[in-house]
Design a protein around this ligand. Structure first.
Ligand SMILES: [Fe+2]
Length: 235
């Protein structure tokens, strides 16, 4: 198993991947919508129940359904999501958009919590201070990255292949895993969805207010776990 596959196994809950059998007994992967670890209303007042419900049940479900549809009946239908994303230039735009959408939203749900650890500690905290000067500066840069993303996309904190921390914004459902990224490739450990569907019902056009609210829900313990897993594989 390659390093990246080992890392991937820690990032995507395997309950989102199930083995199913076609009627002709051919084995395939079929992606599924992951369950949230909290109720839709649990992130109030920062993220409202209605937005969370639609975001998970409609938007994320659509990415999963359309990813399955795009792969069904093709030679790629048994490919795992990591292989797809790290070599996404070989796939259709439907696979890129919906595979990215499935990965990105799965990560997003995982790092949110109604009872988050509000500051990082340990090696991640040390690296944040070394790379950005302070946690507040990191937050400011992620916010600015999200605000600067024209239209829909994501703002990321990710671990470069060198092991260094970095911030990048990506359009649509792209992410730093993808080989289509001209800058900023590596493994994402924190992502903020800046599509309007993530905030418009509560915050309307005030993306900045939504990005400020995000920090009240971000569970640094999950980000630390992801960081430690990546670093353990790199050193
Ligand atoms: Fe979204």
């Amino acid at each position: 198993m390659t390093l990246i596959k080992q890392l991937f196994s820690c990032f995507i809950k395997f309950d989102s991947l199930v083995l199913t059998y076609h009627k002709n007994t051919k084995t395939m992967h079929k992606f599924q919508l992951p369950q949230l670890g909290y109720a839709y209303a649990a992130l109030e007042p920062y993220f409202d129940r209605e937005t969370m419900t639609i975001h998970h049940q409609k938007h994320h479900q659509a990415y999963v359904d359309n990813l399955n549809k795009a792969l069904e009946g093709t030679a790629s239908e048994a490919d795992n999501l990591l292989d797809i994303l790290t070599s996404v230039s070989k796939y259709s735009s439907a696979v890129r958009n919906n595979g990215g959408g499935h990965f990105n939203h799965t990560l997003f749900w995982e790092i949110l919590s109604p009872n988050p650890k509000t500051v990082p500690t340990g090696k991640l905290a040390d690296e944040i201070n070394a790379a950005f000067g302070s946690l507040e500066e990191l937050k400011a840069q992620i916010k600015n990255s999200g605000l600067g993303q024209f239209g829909s996309g994501w703002s990321w904190l990710y671990v470069k292949h060198s092991g260094a921390l970095a911030i990048v914004a990506t359009p649509n459902q792209d992410n730093p895993l993808m080989d289509t990224q001209s800058i900023g490739r590596g493994f994402p450990i924190l992502g903020v969805d800046v599509w309007e569907h993530a905030y418009y019902l509560k915050y309307q056009n005030k993306r900045a207010d939504y990005l400020d609210a995000f920090w009240s829900l971000l569970d640094w313990s999950v980000v630390e776990q992801k960081y430690d897993t990546v670093i353990a594989g790199l050193v």
